[in-house]
Write a new protein. Structure first.
Length: 165
């Protein structure tokens, strides 16, 4: 999927988590941190792709991950989720739990969306098993536009639900 679809996915899953999972009212700065983490998490797995937004921001790391692991392997796996959980549990800083939840939500949204593409993902890396949904589409196709628009509508629904319930 393209970066903009992943951003939409991160925003949508963040809004869903905000509606159903986070029960307390968050102050505005923490809300910004939460949604920022969701968006960053939604782009982070593509660090394995040097041409992606995260790949361009961390060129050396991205090239090395790409060289050693390839595209859509470790950074699109359950192992990556565990690593990010572990790393974000290691350090404590302001709103670290909010950052942790946001990053994990964003990464999950990325993994789910890439599992909808022809190429699929290696969810159980290092086990080389390609995982994809029975219905899948090509990146940057009309199908992706439909997914992106649907995510936007769903996000609006979750925001509406959050504001008026
Ligand atoms: Zn990806």
């Amino acid at each position: 999927m393209e970066g903009k679809t992943h951003l939409m996915g991160g925003l949508c899953m963040g809004a869903a988590a905000h509606s159903y999972y986070i029960t307390e009212v968050l102050p505005v700065p923490e809300l910004i941190v939460f949604y920022g983490s969701c968006l960053f998490g939604a782009l982070l797995p593509d660090i394995c792709h040097p041409g992606s937004w995260t790949g361009r921001k961390a060129k050396v790391l991205s090239k090395n991950i790409s060289r050693f692991f390839g595209h859509r392997t470790i950074t699109h796996s359950l192992l990556f989720l565990i690593l990010v959980y572990w790393l974000t549990s290691t350090f404590t800083f302001m709103y670290y739990e909010t950052v942790q939840i946001g990053l994990l939500v964003g990464i999950v949204s990325h993994i789910v969306l890439d599992a909808l593409t022809v190429r699929g993902i290696q969810l159980f890396y290092p086990i080389p098993l390609r995982v994809r949904f029975p219905l899948y589409l090509k990146t940057a196709s009309k199908g992706e536009s439909v997914i992106s628009s649907s995510l936007m509508l769903l996000t609006l629904f979750f925001v509406y639900k959050q504001m008026f319930s």
